[in-house]
Design a protein around this ligand. Sequence first.
Ligand code: UTP
Length: 294
Amino acid sequence: MRVRKAVIPAAGLGTRLLPASKSMPKEMITLVDRPGIQYVVEECARAGIRDVLVVTGRGKATMEDHFDRALELEERLEKSGKREELEEVRAVAEIANVHYVRQKEALGLGHAVAAGRSFVGDEPFAVLLPDEIVPPPLDGEPPLLERMMDVHERDGVGVVAVRRVPEDRVSAYGIAAPAGEVRDDFVPISDLVEKPAAADAPSDLAAVGRYVLTPEVFDALDAASPTVGGEIQLADGIRALIDSPGVHAYVHRGPIYDVGKKLDYVKGSIQLALRRDDVGPELRAWLREVLAES
Ligand code: UTP
């Protein structure tokens, strides 16, 4: 079955991006000219997903306002002849049907995804972490989410996006245990181990915040107890899919930025800006100048 729905968990505390995330959800922090969460909703829309559930905790109003019409602002822009800005503002409300549910306590990513149960119902769905930004693909590059959805549609399996990380970084991620060779960027997995010590890590394949899951995860998440860091892990739900219907890792080779971390936030902002026609060329020239001086 084709994936038609996505869950975006955005209820975490964002402590790694303080003080920016003190009074604003980190998902609303701007990269170039739009909040991080907009890139992720746009990624869903590009893959043909029209219904998106944002799991919120605090700052719900700012997210709701962002994806809603803004009639007063639109009227003002129209009167002052700012056509381009008007189109831009209107387009945000049309990207997808954005729904909201509240995670009442930040008890972990698994707990946040479980809050999507009644929205998802009995069909496969995508999960996109909004602090992982995948720049829109260049011409000819295959979109990450679409490739994952295609494999789910063909084989019925769950899919976890991973990328290779250096050995000293494995303890920061969920690490997949491959059960075979990577073929055409996919490999079946036999486990997903949350934040293992380097010596215990089953591979260097780290989960990077894009998943296609089947609704069987919900029973497993409801039954899961808090583990690493006192949080309910999404990995505990995914593990329940490994025997049936099976889970494949998709080895992503393109760029992806964890913009919930300071350095990645800056890198991601620059990469996104460089790809844009309006600011990219000037930024590229300026970066060359600055680098030559330093
Ligand atoms: P992170 O662990 O990266 O986010 O969770 P965090 O907890 O907000 O960040 P730090 O570690 O304190 O800096 C990945 C995603 O899962 C969401 C977060 O909002 C983020 O988008 N999340 C996490 C929830 O929705 N609920 C939770 O209880 C935990």
